[in-house]
Design a binder for this molecule. Structure first.
Ligand SMILES: Cc1cc2nc3c(=O)[nH]c(=O)nc-3n(C[C@H](O)[C@H](O)[C@H](O)COP(=O)(O)OP(=O)(O)OC[C@H]3O[C@@H](n4cnc5c(N)ncnc54)[C@H](O)[C@@H]3O)c2cc1C
Length: 311
């Protein structure tokens, strides 16, 4: 099998990159899918919001939110709720969306397919090696040759890049967890905003999300409990409640975790598009669900520059 551009990894960044390429009219795009490893987007809280003082990131999030709103208005099946962030300490309300990340990924991949992108599943991708004037993507279930390869495997990029990974080592990653609480969400709670409060040296947040089991309250935290176990979920809920979360959110007292959504994400929330060799790019970004649409455009522009240089 061969193509012009192989986008390897069909999460938010890969799907958005394939869509970005087809929008630019690049022929011969193949989106290499599969669900190897632990796809971060499948555990994502789906928050599309930015509240820190960073205009560049804020613009990327606005672009993604606008894209989602336009697609929903056009009838695309993307689960979406308007859930503003309420910062309890500052008394500030910030508009925000909560989306089903898997729906957004499916929609972007569908748009890429409608624009002519092919789809391939090579199983777990192991490496990329030189082939002809381009590269060969080698997976457990097959290979694909391409003039340009874009790796969009999330935190799985370094394993495939091997010694071509970033100088200085792979970009730092962190574990993220969300506790799906066993508390009822009736009509009186369904419209709660996304509540954010300072707790100790960190933050805790509670929000209502549509899950396959119905509306649920989810609890997350930053900088309260560090957890270096990157291999699976750990239920820290009781510890978090005792650490001050139950004082800030008394209605959570006595809650248990029905499930823990977890994954590993990049710490840096700014996109990185890196050329490791001629025609071999990688893309990554933390909290990428909320900014994937412009990241895909940026990666697509880098690919067209590479193709232009090669021809
Ligand atoms: C608990 C949790 C909550 C989060 N909440 C939010 C949030 O509210 N808002 C937000 O914006 N972000 C959130 N994030 C972060 C967000 O999910 C990630 O930043 C985003 O998914 C990264 O996108 P990606 O496309 O780079 O990687 P991924 O989402 O990981 O997708 C990569 C794809 O490549 C595949 N893959 C990986 N390795 C291989 C391989 N070797 N072979 C074949 N396929 C492979 C994976 O299966 C997956 O399909 C959260 C993450 C977690 C874990």
């Amino acid at each position: 099998m061969s193509c012009t551009v192989a986008v390897v990894g069909a999460g938010p960044i890969g799907a958005a990159t394939a869509y970005g390429l087809t929008r630019l009219g690049v022929p011969g795009v193949t989106l290499v899918g599969g669900e190897a490893g632990h796809p971060a987007y499948r555990s994502s809280g789906g928050s599309v919001c930015w509240h820190r003082d960073d205009p560049a990131k804020a613009a990327m999030i606005r672009a993604t939110a606008d894209f989602v709103r336009d697609r929903v208005a056009a009838g695309a099946p993307i689960g979406v709720r308007e859930t503003p962030y309420l910062f309890l300490d500052a008394g500030v309300l910030v508009p925000a969306l909560n989306i089903a990340a898997a729906d957004l990924v499916a929609d972007l991949a569908g748009l890429a397919a409608a624009g002519g992108a092919e789809r391939a599943d090579l199983g777990t991708v192991r490496r990329v090696e030189p082939a002809g004037g381009g590269h060969r993507v080698v997976g457990d279930a097959g290979t694909l040759d391409a003039e340009v390869v874009v790796l969009a495997l999330g935190t799985g990029n370094p394993a495939v890049l091997g010694e071509r990974a970033l100088p200085g080592g792979p970009a730092p990653v962190e574990k993220r967890q969300l506790f799906v609480l066993d508390l009822p969400v009736g009509p009186e709670r369904a419209g709660l905003p996304h509540l954010v409060a300072a707790v100790g040296a960190g933050w805790a947040y509670v929000f209502v999300k549509q899950t396959p089991d119905g509306l649920r309250l989810l609890l997350g935290q930053e900088d309260l409990i560090e957890d270096a176990d990157l291999t699976g979920p750990v239920d820290h809920l009781a510890e978090l409640l005792d650490a001050g979360v139950a004082d800030r959110f008394p209605f959570l007292r006595g809650a248990a975790a029905e499930r823990v959504l977890w994954g590993v994400d990049h710490v840096d929330k700014h996109p990185s598009v890196v050329a490791h060799a001629r025609g071999l790019l990688s893309v990554h970004c933390g909290s990428a669900v909320r900014s994937c649409v412009p990241i895909g455009q940026r990666a697509a522009a880098a690919v067209t520059a590479t193709l232009g240089g090669a021809r």
